[in-house]
Write a protein that binds this ligand. Sequence first.
Ligand SMILES: Nc1ncnc2c1ncn2[C@@H]1O[C@H](COP(=O)(O)OP(=O)(O)O)[C@@H](O)[C@H]1O
Ligand SMILES: N[C@@H](CCOP(=O)(O)O)C(=O)O
Length: 318
Amino acid sequence: MAVYTHVSAEALAAFLARYDHGELVSAKGIAEGVENSNYMVDTTRGRFILTLYEKRVDLADLPFFFAMLDHLAERGNPVPRALTDRTGVAIQQLEGRPACLIEFLPGVSVSHPNTAQAFATGAAMGHMHESLVDFTGERSNSLGPDGWTALLARCGHDLDAIESGLFDHVSAALERVLAAWPYDLPRGVIHADLFPDNVLMLGDRVGGLIDFYFACTDIRAWDLAVMHSAWSFDASGGTVDRAIGAALVEGYVSHFPLSDAERAALPVLARGACIRFLLTRAWDWLNTPADALVTRKDPLAYLRRLNTYDQMGETLFQ
Ligand SMILES: Nc1ncnc2c1ncn2[C@@H]1O[C@H](COP(=O)(O)OP(=O)(O)O)[C@@H](O)[C@H]1O
Ligand SMILES: N[C@@H](CCOP(=O)(O)O)C(=O)O
């Protein structure tokens, strides 16, 4: 459940009065998500998403995210734009938090994607990368490889409370991944978190790509590797589905080329993705009170993925 901040009906009605998007009819907290508080808001003129920024999102980054979303929407990508009030302001304050009214997009995020959905999402990522080639905004990746050693140190041996020997296991894996990291691959602005829950599907079609709050400038093929690690396994990370992974890559190259060097780097990029999500999940696992109104994500699901990429790496990308 991700509603950290309660918004009163009175405060929301006053907030909506700044816009030309109708008067408040109803508002419901959205259970999905972990980072921000999200509400589905119905007004006399339509449906909107209200987001209050809570945890990892830095207010100073919002203009970058919103410029990226405008750029993508102008080029036909199904992404939600932030809406501005009558004076042209998108970033407001509500209940003491930075808050924005966002376009609502149709669709549902699927728990068990099929290959057609994986192909469509790979294609949507390819389209997104193609559209961003001439986007001039930049944002460094605070959760990229240069930050993993510090994140591992911050988790420290508390990791062993999650699973015995986890700190040593991740330290060794990180050393191997950093030694092989392909720093010279083509870079661009990427989503960096395109998990199934951040894709709204309309049947086998993509209705929306959401949750751009980790978007950053980094290796483009890393985005594909993150998606591969998130989509090609069951939720426990124990079972891999090669057909889903292949469909993601095929869909991607139907819109944007992947060089031989990028293809060859996918296994190490995927192992890096596993370390990144293992560490952020582990940090949240160790630092989120058990009674918090949010479902903690299992770090070990990413240890299992890491082990699978370690054992089968290349063969999963052939
Ligand atoms: N623009 C949107 N259109 C439709 N639904 C959305 C939109 N943005 C968010 N949602 C809904 O809110 C949920 C949480 O949003 P998300 O951005 O993933 O939150 P968080 O950043 O907290 O992880 C999504 O799973 C989706 O159901
Ligand atoms: N996708 C990440 C966590 C970020 O959550 P999101 O709901 O903002 O996508 C993970 O699964 O660890």
